[in-house]
Design a binder for this molecule. Structure first.
Ligand SMILES: [Zn+2]
Length: 89
């Protein structure tokens, strides 16, 4: 049964042929390096540091989300401080 052993490498050679047929790289936009700048507040991902930290952090969307986050943080902090002693009693 040496036939099956020969078939396997020939298959991979065909695959290599199919890949090398295109000299121009296609669908490059689907290749994403998983490095960038992610805003946890807005759930937005930026590849450029300047765009993320300067342009995005000045945008109204980010400002609103930041205000919402800070108000929620303050509410949660206040409520936990207020309820904790009463629960302990
Ligand atoms: Zn943001």
């Amino acid at each position: 049964m040496s036939f099956t052993e020969i078939e396997a490498p020939s298959l991979s050679l065909e695959q290599d042929k199919a890949v090398s047929e295109h000299s121009i790289p296609l669908g490059v936009e689907f290749v994403e390096p998983r490095t960038g700048f992610y805003c946890k507040l807005c759930g937005l991902f930026y590849t450029n540091e300047d765009t993320a930290k300067t342009t995005h952090c000045r945008s109204t969307v980010h400002y609103r989300n930041l205000q919402k986050y800070l108000s929620q943080l303050a509410e949660n902090g206040l409520s936990s401080v207020l309820t904790e002693p009463s629960v302990a009693h």
